[in-house]
Design a binder for this molecule. Structure first.
Ligand SMILES: NC(=O)c1ccc[n+]([C@@H]2O[C@H](COP(=O)([O-])OP(=O)(O)OC[C@H]3O[C@@H](n4cnc5c(N)ncnc54)[C@H](OP(=O)(O)O)[C@@H]3O)[C@@H](O)[C@H]2O)c1
Length: 157
């Protein structure tokens, strides 16, 4: 029902059930819609690392939903900071990627409403590999610095 009514749909599911849940939704409800994918294909046993070498969660979701416009974003930030992302030292950057410009503009507008202002479009959905790698680098940095809920900022000249 939510998928049928929504203009924009956010995929925020654990990797383990993502495929199963998406396949339960009638594709007609999703056709031509913007899908925000915040998921990360990571595994934590034996040290945190990416699950795939040659693809990413973002590309995988786009393949599962070929009639939708997947936009990857918000996967690099803790859920408590997705809205009003203000840190003591400033506001981090937020990356987006996706194949369709109108959907990316829709998502940029939503991100601005949430409080993001440095929004960087990395390119098509293949660039979600970068975003998922940045997320993992952030998680490992948090562990090493013992500083949970950290985020990457871009230091400008
Ligand atoms: N947590 C974060 O800070 C964060 C930040 C950035 C990206 N992410 C990414 O976002 C994704 C979700 O992470 P999360 O921490 O939000 O996970 P989560 O809390 O474990 O799960 C999110 C929601 O998925 C639904 N769900 C879980 N198992 C399900 C199943 N078997 N069938 C149907 N629905 C199921 C549940 O919805 P209901 O409660 O409605 O059942 C649950 O509330 C992951 O890929 C993660 O990497 C997380």
């Amino acid at each position: 029902m939510a998928a049928q009514l929504a203009e924009i749909i956010i995929v925020a599911l654990p990797w383990s059930c993502l495929k199963e849940v998406l396949e339960q939704i009638d594709p007609a409800y999703l056709k031509n819609k913007t899908i925000i994918d915040v998921s990360n294909a990571v595994q934590f046993d034996n040290g945190p690392r990416l699950l795939f070498n040659n693809t990413s969660a973002g590309e995988w979701v786009q393949e599962l939903l070929p009639d939708c416009y997947v936009v990857k974003t918000l996967n690099t930030i803790n859920d408590k900071k997705m809205v009003h992302p203000n840190f003591k030292e400033g506001v981090p950057v937020m990356f987006i990627s996706g194949n369709e410009i109108h959907s990316k503009n829709q998502v940029k507008s939503l991100l601005k409403d949430l409080g993001w202002f440095d929004i960087i479009d990395l390119g098509d959905i293949r660039q979600s590999r970068l975003q998922e790698s940045i997320m993992l680098a952030c998680v490992i940095s948090e562990i090493q610095l013992q500083s949970p809920h950290s985020a990457f900022a871009l230091i400008k000249h």
